[in-house]
Design a protein around this ligand. Sequence first.
Ligand SMILES: NC(=O)C1=CN([C@@H]2O[C@H](COP(=O)(O)OP(=O)(O)OC[C@H]3O[C@@H](n4cnc5c(N)ncnc54)[C@H](OP(=O)(O)O)[C@@H]3O)[C@@H](O)[C@H]2O)C=CC1
Ligand SMILES: CC(=O)C(=O)O
Ligand SMILES: [Mg+2]
Length: 596
Amino acid sequence: MTPAPKSNSNSSDNSGVPAPLLSAGTALPRDVRAALRLKGLAPAAVEDFAAQEARAYEQLQSKGSDLEKYIFLSWLRNTNSGLFYRIVLGHLKEVAPIIYTPTVGQACQEFSHIYPFLAPPSAVDGLYIPLTEVDSIDEIIQNYLAAVPAGCTPETAVITDGSRILGLGDLGMNGMGIPVGKLQLYVAAGGLDPARCLPIVLDFGTDTQKYLDDPLYLGLRQKRPADDEFYAAAEKVLGGLTRAFPDLFIQFEDFSTDHAFGLLERWGDRILCFNDDIQGTGSVILAGFISAIKQAGIPARDQRILFVGAGSAGVGVAKQLVDYLVIEHGIPEDEARAMFWFVDSRGMITANRGDRLAEHKVYFARHDNGDTQCATLEDTVEYVRPTALIGMSTIYKAFSEPILARMDEMNPTARPIIFPLSNPETKAECTFEEAMRCTGNRVLFASGTAFPEYTVPETGEVRVPGQGNNMYVFPPIGLGARLARPTRITDTLIFAVSKALSNTLTADETARGELYPRIERIRETSAQVAAAFIHQAVREGLARDRFWIDLVAAHPAPGAASPTPDGSYSQPVLDAVAARMWAPPESVRQLLPTKL
Ligand SMILES: NC(=O)C1=CN([C@@H]2O[C@H](COP(=O)(O)OP(=O)(O)OC[C@H]3O[C@@H](n4cnc5c(N)ncnc54)[C@H](OP(=O)(O)O)[C@@H]3O)[C@@H](O)[C@H]2O)C=CC1
Ligand SMILES: CC(=O)C(=O)O
Ligand SMILES: [Mg+2]
C-alpha cells in the first residue's frame, strides 16, 4: 500500500545504496554490486529490465484473485517502483482495474486487514492525519520530509477523509487506498513524478459501526465530528500543507457530498485545488456526452436527460452539461436547466415534494410538475420519457431490464444514451451487455467501471464500452497544473479539458461509435489534454510559469481566437508537455551515478 520509493532522488537510504539504485534489483551490474558491497547478496544473474518485467508479470498472472493481484502490485511498488510502473504502463488495460476501480474498492474495504507489516521510516506511504493530531500538522509534515529522500517536495496531493469511498460509503481511514490509487494513475497516465505525489487521509473517525467494531481496524476509533469541528480541522491541515508547499496542487476525493461542496466553496479560490468527484467527473462525462449527442440522431436541445442520483457526482456532471448547452448550443440557461430531471432516494426531485432539499439539489428541482410526484424510477421514466439516463446513485442494477427496454421503445428514432456511472462494478446501475441487449444494440454507453466488450450475436461485431471515469481528466489536469502553475482551477479550464478530451478520439474510434479514447492511449491523450489545459490557463491569465506563457504566446492554439474554449493546442506545446512527463527508466544504465 505504500507508494513508490523516491526513485528520482539522488540521496541515499540508510544502507548507503543510492536511492535510484534501489529500483535496479537483479539488473545491477557486477562491478556496481562490488562497489556497493553487495557481492553475494543477490543471485548471480545480471538481468535486463525486460527479464525482470517478464518475471513480475508471470507472478502477477499466477495470483488467484484480483485482491491478491492488488496486494502483489502494492508490494512491487514498495520494493521496485520502476518495475511496477513498467508493468502498469505495459499492461494498462489489464492492470488499471486492479490498482483502480473496481479492485481498489475491495482493497479499501479490506485495507486494515491487508495492510503490510511495514513501518516508517522504511516505508512512508503518505500522511495519516488523525483528528486528534491536526494541531501537530507542521510536525507531521516535517516528519514526512525527514523520512523521504531529500528533494522529494510534494507537488500533487490527493486527500480524502474516507467518508464516501466510491459507492461503498464511509470506510474511515481505510479510504487511504483511493488517494494511493489515484496517484498511481497520475504517474502512469499523467507522467507525474511518483516521488512528488502525496496521498493523504484525514482520519477523522467513521460512522460505520462495522469498522469501529473490527479489532484489526487501523483508524481512529470514534464517530465523525460535527460540521464545525470538521471544517476547523480541515482548515488546520490545509493551512499546514499550503504553508509548507505553496505550489501544491490538491485534489479533494471521495468526501461525503456536503463536505465535497463545502470544501470546494471554502478553498476553491484560495489555493490550487479541485474536487475530482464534482469537477473531474463533470468534465469527463461532458466529454463523453459531446461525443454521444453527435451520434444520437436528435438535436442537442431535444435531449431529455434523467439523472438517477443527486450527490456530488450527479449534480457536478449536470452543471457541467448545462454550461455546455449554454456555451456551445446557445440555449438560454433556464431552458438548458429544464432539460434535466433528477431522481434521488425519495423519487423525482421537485420543489413541492414536501421535504427540505439539500442546497446542492435546489438548482435542478422541477417547478413544472404540478401535482405530479414520482416515487420510483419507473414512474419517473414514464413521466419524463428521457432520451438520456445517467446513473450516479450507487444502486446496483437500478437500470433494470424493463427500464432499459423502455428507453429503447421511447426512443425509436434516436439512439438512447445510457451511462451507469456508479463505482465499483457492484454498484453499477446496469452492465454493458444488458444495455446492448435491451436496446437492440443501439445504446450509446459509458460506465464508471470498465465492462467487457460485447459481441453482437447476429453480426459478430465487437463493441467496446466507453469508460466514463474521471481517470481520463484528473491526470492531465494535475499535469497541466504542475507545469503552468495556474492560480486556481476555473470552470472554463474544466470546460476546455472536456473539449480537449472529446477531440482526442481517433477517426477509427469515432467510426466505431466509441465515446472515449481507448485506455491503452491514455498517456498520449493525457498529454494532449494537458496541452489544451495549459493554453487555456495562459489565455485566462491564470498561468504563472514564464516558460509556458512564452511558449503559448509564440505558438498559439489553432482555436485561440474562438470565443469559447475549444480544447485545441499547438504542436510545440504538446511536444514540450510530453517531454516533461516522467517515465520509468528503461535501462539500469540510466540509474547509475557517474561515480560510486
Ligand atoms: N464514473 C466516475 O468517474 C465517477 C463515479 N462516481 C460514482 O458516483 C456515485 C455517486 O457518488 P456521489 O454523488 O458522490 O455520492 P452520494 O452518496 O453523494 O450520492 C448518491 C445519490 O444517489 C441517490 N440515491 C440513493 N439511493 C437511491 C435510489 N434508490 N434511487 C435513486 N437515487 C438514489 C442519493 O439520494 P439522496 O440524496 O436522497 O441520499 C444521492 O443523491 C458513486 O458510486 C461513485 O463511485 C463518482 C465520481 C466519479
Ligand atoms: C471514479 C471516482 O472518483 C469515484 O467513483 O468516486
Ligand atoms: Mg471519487
